[in-house]
Design a protein around this ligand. Structure first.
Ligand SMILES: Nc1ncnc2c1ncn2[C@@H]1O[C@H](COP(=O)(O)OP(=O)(O)OP(=O)(O)O)[C@@H](O)[C@H]1O
Ligand SMILES: [Mg+2]
Length: 284
């Protein structure tokens, strides 16, 4: 039996595919059912968007995939392997990286140091010396620093590398956070509201970068900016009250009157108004 994941509802299917597979995942916070039997998949090189009102359970799914919260039922498989009892510090080894809702940079570190922090766990033993001012004291640290600088340059924010996050424009901070995720060379990238607070130009740029990234990885992203989701994603999964209520291509999701009314408002590009804050289900 998978440790930390209960087998209620039957054993996991024997067929192990590639990519991310979530099956009947349930997460409960006391009496609150944050995820209720969620099933979805992200294929290799696919960009999947997760949308839904505030409190629908989108970040909770990311937290379950990342090992921050434990499921009470169901399974998560990544490249055929059950993720069970894993922790955030296992993600680099698993080839998974995420950005946090908001920005989540360490305010006491420069942009480039923040990016270096996202490097593989094997490097963390050297980070103490890096933070203590011996930044270039080892070949490995130089390699990480060089890669961090290159990533910031590729994302168009190389000029800000030695600035503290608090002094950077919001769009630059978001790119630094993306670079911190990318430096671990993930094969699954989880982006929680990557376009929030971005200008239209920055959003277009991010959308095309994500299209480039899919050559190397799968992407699962949560976003309220519908124009961005429609442009960036191959497929969209709609959450409401912790359940998947629709799945389809951007065209299919836009054409669904039910989904349009509930989530998109009258016009694509609107931020969903939200229809609830999760379901409180004390009986279950
Ligand atoms: N650690 C926690 N402990 C208790 N309740 C939680 C916890 N994390 C999330 N919740 C609750 O679970 C529900 C789902 O929250 P979640 O953050 O996953 O929503 P979301 O879809 O990401 O919303 P938003 O679009 O506002 O970010 C909410 O009711 C939230 O208050
Ligand atoms: Mg969220």
């Amino acid at each position: 039996m998978p440790v930390g994941l209960h087998t209620e509802g039957g054993a996991p299917a024997a067929s192990f595919g590639a990519g991310l597979e979530v099956e009947r995942l349930t997460v409960r916070f006391g009496g609150l059912l944050a995820l209720d039997g969620v099933s979805l998949a992200v294929a290799p090189h696919e960009v999947v968007g997760l949308i839904g009102p505030n409190g629908a359970g989108k970040t909770t799914l990311f937290n379950a995939i990342s090992g921050f919260v434990r499921a009470t039922r169901g399974w998560i498989r990544w490249n055929g392997r059950l993720l069970q009892n894993h922790h955030a510090h296992d993600l680099g080894r698993l080839g998974i990286a995420r950005t946090l809702q908001g920005v989540g940079l360490c305010q006491g570190l420069t942009a480039i140091e923040n990016v270096a922090c996202g490097a593989q766990p094997s490097l963390h033993a050297d980070l103490g010396s890096a933070l203590g001012g011996l930044w270039r004291s080892s070949r490995e640290e130089r390699r990480v620093a060089g890669e961090a600088a290159a990533l910031l340059g590729q994302l168009g924010v190389g000029d800000w590398a030695h600035r503290l996050p608090g002094s950077l424009p919001y769009g630059v901070q978001k790119r630094v956070a993306l670079a911190r995720a990318l430096i671990s060379h993930p094969r699954l990238l989880l982006l929680d509201e990557p376009a929030s607070g971005l200008s239209a130009d920055d959003m277009d740029d991010l959308s095309s970068r994500i299209q480039d990234l899919r050559e190397h990885m799968s992407v699962l992203l949560v976003e309220h900016r519908m124009d961005f989701v429609m442009a960036a994603c191959d497929r969209i999964v709609v959450f409401n009250f912790g359940e998947v209520v629709a799945t389809g291509t951007p065209e299919e999701i836009q054409a669904s009157p039910e989904v349009t009314e509930a989530y998109l408002g009258d016009a694509v590009g609107a931020t969903p108004t939200g229809v609830g804050k999760g379901r409180v289900d004390a009986a279950r």
